[in-house]
Design a protein around this ligand. Structure first.
Ligand code: 2RA
Length: 345
């Protein structure tokens, strides 16, 4: 017996990936709906070998489904998620709208699965920011082993994190450099082709000089892993289509050397260690694209700290960073028998 599922934001990068992963993981689906804004009604999206036509968000009856996977941006989620929760469906939301709400669990199944028990207050569960998801899958086993005091993380974020239009912009600008002549930046403040931009999302207006993306990494690490960890993040956009890389420097409260860390990471859930000290002995975003695991490479002691380690973390930001984590949350609900299938007329 499967569930009745709706994917809201069905035509976006993450929405389309949600359909792919529901199919790849063989999540028990009885009925599935593609939901989008009015302008996208009728657009076709694929779910396995089926073609679904997008239905209108404003007209859809959410009391007819058990589970809603939402990736439609913060404004749509703020407007709709509570209404959908009150209608009886469980919402797994990929936006930042609910992540810091005390009544909404923020979940990475490999990191804090038991926190999911608190979803019933609003029937909403928040998916973390794509950089935080991959980062914490790698940090959680190390934190359990030697308690992390501080992390310094530099991210190298692909343009798919900003959406399909940003991917088109990279493509057009790249062609423009060689063939068509320069094209004006639209989705980013400066040219992204053959460039890197030290700004992801907008700047905070609190005098810190941080961007919202950098604050998300800190706030979400505190909510899901440990509020005492000091987090210093710098988020950079790079001319890559899919896959977020993160260079992470970690200071521990107690000793943990590179060999111990490598052994721990090799055994940890959701991770794949590729770490050879030779040309190409590491994973790049290109190889992480389309894959489920979070990859860890470049594991090495940091002798400048009493208990220090540096690692490279890379994952597909549309998969573990978004759609895969969301479906894994749905699997966690299913495994714990938490999706009550209401008799629906
Ligand atoms: C980005 N993490 O990469 C943000 C949202 N997906 O742009």
């Amino acid at each position: 017996m499967g569930y009745r599922v709706a994917v809201v934001g069905a035509t976006g990068n993450v929405g389309r990936e949600m359909f792919n992963i529901l199919e790849e993981l063989n999540f028990p689906v009885d009925k599935i709906h593609a939901i989008a804004s009015r302008k996208s009604i009728g657009i076709e999206v694929s779910f396995g070998d089926r073609i679904l036509k997008c239905e209108d968000l404003a007209q859809f009856d959410f009391s007819t489904v058990d589970l809603v996977l939402m990736s439609a941006g913060g404004a749509v989620s703020k407007e709709w998620s509570e209404k959908i929760g009150r209608a009886g469906a469980i919402v797994i939301d990929n936006s930042s709208a609910w992540r810091m709400d005390p009544d909404v669990p923020l979940i990475v199944p490999e990191v804090n699965p038991d926190a999911i028990e608190g979803f019933a207050k609003k029937n909403i569960i928040a998916n973390p920011n794509c950089t935080t998801a991959g980062l914490l899958v790698a940090l959680k086993p190390l934190h359990d082993a030697a308690k992390i005091k501080r992390i310094v993380v530099s991210t190298y974020q692909s343009v798919s994190g900003t959406g399909k239009e940003a991917m088109d912009e990279l493509w057009d600008q790249t062609k423009g450099v060689f063939v068509l002549g320069p094209s004006e930046p639209k989705k980013y403040p400066k040219q992204i082709a053959f460039n890197v931009i030290p700004q992801c999302d907008s700047f905070l207006e609190d005098g810190s000089g941080d961007t919202k993306e950098e604050r998300k990494i800190a706030d979400e690490t505190h909510k899901m892993l440990d509020p005492d960890i000091k987090v210093s993040a710098t988020c950079v956009r790079v001319p890559v289509f899919v896959g977020h890389g993160e260079a992470v420097n970690i200071e521990f409260h107690s000793a943990l050397d590179e060999d111990e860390a490598r052994d721990i990471l090799r055994e940890a859930p959701g991770l794949m260690v590729v770490d050879k000290r030779e040309d190409g002995g590491y994973v790049t975003p290109k190889e992480a694209q389309g894959e489920f695991p979070v990859f860890v490479s470049r594991i090495r002691n940091d002798p400048t700290l009493e208990h220090g380690l540096s690692i490279w973390v890379v994952s597909d930001n549309l998969r573990k960073g978004a759609a895969l984590n969301a479906v894994q949350i749905a699997e966690l609900l299913h495994e714990r028998g938490l999706i009550k299938q209401r008799a629906i007329a």
